[in-house]
Design a protein around this ligand. Sequence first.
Ligand SMILES: C[S@@+](CC[C@H](N)C(=O)[O-])C[C@H]1O[C@@H](n2cnc3c(N)ncnc32)[C@H](O)[C@@H]1O
Length: 333
Amino acid sequence: MSLEKIKHYPVMLNQVLSIISPQHGGTIVDCTFGAGGYSEAILKFPQTKVIAIDRDKLVKQHADKLTKKFPSRFNFFTEKFSNLNKVIGNKINPRVIIFDLGTSSLQLLDKDRGFSFNSKNNLDMEMGLNNLSAYDVINTFDKKDLATIIKVLGEEKDGKIIANQIDKYRKKQPIKNSEQLAYIIKRAKKNYGNYKKNPATQTFQAIRIFVNKELTELISGLIEATKILSSNGILVVVSFHSLEDKIVKNFFNLYSSLKKNPSRYLPLKEITPNLFKIISKKPFIPSLSELKENISSRSAKLRYAIRSSNPFIYPEEFKNKFFNYEDLEKGTS
Ligand SMILES: C[S@@+](CC[C@H](N)C(=O)[O-])C[C@H]1O[C@@H](n2cnc3c(N)ncnc32)[C@H](O)[C@@H]1O
């Protein structure tokens, strides 16, 4: 199937548009351009300017079409969103910054990239601008480290059993593609009854997160966005699994009016100022009609917050809380 022909559904687009009100114009940063669904919809509003980022170099061909159509209102950068400051600089304070996390349908369906269970080609799982591939992790990482990655980043209780099976296989010959890897995982989990989803789902998630340092990227991306967002600016995040949502939820709660009342005995300097206002504590989820049309949106959760006018403070509590994920993603083997 040609990638050009893949039907792409921008997840929760209507909710995103109603939160950011593009009719009011302003500079909007799309940190995860993908197939350009959000950027294209926003650019339909003539007062908007869009700065879009994606780490995947294959995405540029889609972005080029928008650059041609909107030369004065659209700019695209192949970059990781942890480097938002490099792209935006200190002259612009965007009115809106959006993250739509995870992989795009273009990446998932491209059999050459190893994201799907039946890919017979490379075991890459790289979104772009990576230091290592899934092949490196699966074939060269210490068995114990592999088990920890699968257990923590995949929330997979059988991390150890799966890592042992992978180790057994790779001693005979390298594990070369995703189909082989999915088969090994399925055999490792054979005693655990019937699965609604592919038994390799959690392990694939773990390896993909690790290869792309996705949690470290998210933590840095949120911090960088908070630094540059204008006062009253809107930060929108669409996440797809519980680790991502936990990070976003904690960040917003810790630095908003929702945080627990600090003890009155705390010295004043230790009371952190609110960086955000939160309108709803609960995440938004896709509507039934969206689910009917695009079932892969089922795990999406959207959270957003409004930047206060308080100056940026280094979010130490947040960094400390998720230090373990950043440390794990640094890689131990
Ligand atoms: C779910 S898709 C976005 C889809 C997009 N909203 C649309 O409507 O087409 C996520 C995209 O974000 C990109 N991405 C993920 N992590 C990134 C990061 N740390 N920096 C830059 N781009 C990233 C991926 O390469 C992928 O293309």
